[in-house]
Structures are given as C-alpha cells and as structure tokens.
Design a protein around this ligand. Structure first.
Ligand code: AMP
Length: 296
C-alpha cells in the first residue's frame, strides 16, 4: 500500500532539528536521514522510502552546498523547486525536511574543511579538485544537525559513498562516527540513463545521446561476464561506444577496483567498478556499475 501523504515538518535551524530529534527519541523512534541537494526524483525517493521502512523519524536535508562546487561549476543554476520537492517527500514517507541556509551551515564562513585522503584525488576528485572536501565537510555538519542512526546514499555517486564511509570511520565526533551508512542501487530511466537532478539541463538531442553511457556500461559488464579480464580492453570497449557520439566529451571511462577505485594491473579486480564521466554540452554526467567476478 502506498504511504499516506502527511505533513512534513520543516526545520530551518540546527536547534529546531535537535529538538525534533530529541522529541522523536523520547518517543522511542530512531532517526534515518537522506542528505540531498533537492530537485528530487525517483532516485531520492527510493532512499526515502527505504529509510521510512526502518525509522520513525525520516529527515531529508535539502542543501545546495556551495563548497562542493568549483568556481566554474553550476552552483547558481542548480535546479531548485521546493513545492515539487515537498510533494515527493510526502509521497515517499519523509517526516521532516531539514532546509538550512548557507549561514546556518557555515556561520563563520568556511574556516576549516575535512579532507579524506587516498580516494579523493582520482576520478571525480581529479576533475573537481575541491569537491570531496566540500562533500565530507557538509555531510559531517549535516550529521551533527540531524543526529541520524542511519544515513542513506545512492550508489550513483560511488566515489562519494567511499568518501563518506571513510569519513564515519575516521571522524572523532560521535554524531558522525556512530552513523550507519547504507548504500542503495541506482534508479534509472526506462532507457537506462541514471536519474539525476542535472538531467533537466539536457536538450532533446543530448538527452537522446546520454543513453550511450548506460550502453557502454552494460556492454562492458557483459564483456566481463563473457570472460574478458583485461582492464585496458574493457576500458577501450567503453571508450569506443562513448566516442560514437560526436557531441560527447569523455572525462573518464575506467574499470577499477570497487573499493580503491584504482586499477594497478591490467587484470580487473574481483569486485570491479565500471565508472564513467562525460560532458554533453555544458552538462557533466556520471554513472557506474559494479561487477563481481564469479568465484571459481
Ligand atoms: P544529490 O541530490 O544529487 O546530491 O543526491 C542525493 C543522494 O541521492 C545521493 O546519495 C545520491 O547518490 C542519491 N542519488 C542521486 N541520484 C540517484 C539515483 N539515480 N538512484 C539512486 N540514488 C541516487
């Protein structure tokens, strides 16, 4: 049965959020949270629905975090639509919306940032050098505001999930280190394109061309299933498919170890992540697939 739409409590300050959490805990509820930048779609909704199956207070944050955007990126034009988002929240079963201002999150500006080593200098981190410092810093602050037992993230942003898992392993504040991280599968459009708030930027032709990302990922996945084990061959196969679209610029198309996101040898790992980032017009799109080799 679909959840009954109900009113979502909106908290704009950390104090309000803490009060709501304290009240929920005193009533015996646990807290599930879903950090987002808004312009919600079915990918976000699947995280919220899962959180609602496990927790009495389900809080979704909507915060377009300026510190995770580079100077020439799309912070200003990032899509925003609160009314539409509220409808998604109600339908998916969220009880609370945390909607802080930039000054609520960064009252003294951004004096210190959190840097996670080892995983942030490659792939997205290579193309967007300060991105993951912004992500780790804001996620720690969001956890300190929402005080969740469990936080839900999408595999769609695979590298981000690894950064956040390391964040909770290394952070000293219990609000961060005690948060359980749950990763859920990528929700896709009918033609395979991963749902993303940024898909709205695509014109008709770019939207059609964007399906080539999923085609490259599934081709590589099938190629591994059929027995191909050479990393360079698999990467060439993905590149070949992606470059069939003239208008598309490939940032990376790699077959790497799923936990380090690096590929040391030409032989793919037992758990391989196929990761792609491309630019179509001015829109940057990322996607990935995980492939496990059959055990002999
Ligand atoms: P965003 O609003 O883009 O920052 O995303 C908020 C959360 O939703 C992140 O954990 C994303 O990985 C997740 N997410 C975004 N797109 C999808 C998708 N298509 N399927 C599942 N989760 C997603």
């Amino acid at each position: 049965m679909p959840p009954t739409p109900s009113d979502v409590v909106i908290c704009t300050t950390i104090d309000e959020m803490h009060n709501q959490v304290a009240f929920a805990r005193s009533s015996g509820h646990t807290i599930g949270c879903v950090p987002t930048m808004g312009y919600l779609h079915e990918g976000h909704a699947s995280l919220i629905q899962t959180a609602a199956q496990h927790h009495g207070l389900v809080v979704v944050s909507i915060f377009v975090n300026p510190t995770q955007f580079g100077p020439s990126e799309d912070f200003e034009r990032y899509p925003r639509d609160l009314e539409r988002d509220l409808a998604v929240l109600r339908q998916a079963g969220a009880t609370h919306l945390f909607l802080p201002s930039v000054t609520e999150m960064y009252p003294d500006g951004v004096r210190s940032t959190i840097h996670i080593d080892g995983i942030t200098d490659i792939l997205e981190g290579a193309s967007r050098p300060t991105h993951f410092d912004g992500v780790a810093t804001v996620v720690a602050r969001l956890f300190q505001a929402m005080l969740p037992d469990e936080a839900y993230f999408g595999q769609k942003d695979l590298q981000q999930t690894l950064v956040i898992q390391r964040l909770v392993q290394t952070h000293t504040d219990a609000a961060v280190s005690n948060t359980r991280i749950t990763i859920l599968p990528t929700i896709r459009e009918h033609d395979g394109l991963a749902k993303s708030s940024r898909n709205v930027y695509l014109n008709e032709e770019d939207r059609r061309n964007a399906t080539v990302i999923y085609q490259a990922l599934t081709y590589a996945q099938n190629s591994i299933v059929r027995g191909e084990r050479s990393r360079s061959v698999i990467e060439q196969q993905m590149l070949h498919i992606l470059t069939s679209v003239d208008a598309l610029r490939v940032d990376y198309a790699v077959a790497v170890d799923a936990s380090t996101l690096r590929g040391a040898a030409d032989l793919i790992s037992e758990r391989t992540a196929l990761c792609i980032a491309v630019k179509l017009g001015t829109t940057r799109l990322i996607d990935n697939m995980l492939v496990e080799l059959p055990t002999a």
